[in-house]
Design a binder for this molecule. Sequence first.
Ligand SMILES: O=C(O)c1ccccc1NCC(=O)[C@H](O)[C@H](O)COP(=O)(O)O
Length: 205
Amino acid sequence: MTKVKICGLTEARHVQAAVDADADAIGFVFAPSRRQVSADHAAQLAIHIPQSVLKVGVFVNATASEIHEIYEAVPLDIVQYHGDETPEFIEKVGLPAFKAFSIKDADDVHRAAAYHVTPLFDAPGVEFNGGSGTTFNWDILKAAGFQERPFILAGGLNAGNVGKAIAQVNPVMVDVSSGVEIEKRKDEQLIREFIETVKLKSEER
Ligand SMILES: O=C(O)c1ccccc1NCC(=O)[C@H](O)[C@H](O)COP(=O)(O)O
């Protein structure tokens, strides 16, 4: 079954909608973004999240001490590195992690080989490092021969295209932010529709 992460949540009612619809992971953005939250705000939102749902913190080139401080304060389960973090830096921080890669060509996919954490393949950022709402060419993953390790797929997913994405590249998790928003604000109905679609499409496989 393909897992689902709903990212960039800033309001309790959207967190509740994701939890009620059976999301597997919820992401909070701690990097510059219109979706950025403080550690205190994320800790308040995290009260609504049961232990079975992973709380993921998205960071872009933060220091090890900033990451540890927020990881403990919220508390988080996973750190998502969405910047230029090296394999050595991620090892040094020593927390469970996803590493995002912006995919333009096969070389970007190959970069994941140097990292010992789950890769998250995303479209290149536009205004910020992620959450652009644009897709990348999923054929690049196949062309790069990336089948041997589990990976997370992100970038411009929505209820209309996520079934095709699952069928085409079989990610262990799909990650969405813009695709469950209306006019740059999360929408409960779109959150439910996205999660239901992922569950339905991955059961069909
Ligand atoms: O979402 C943001 O605003 C963001 C800003 C800076 C770094 C990462 C960010 N998001 C990370 C995510 O995990 C998003 O869900 C992922 O990029 C997909 O976003 P979208 O294409 O909008 O579905």
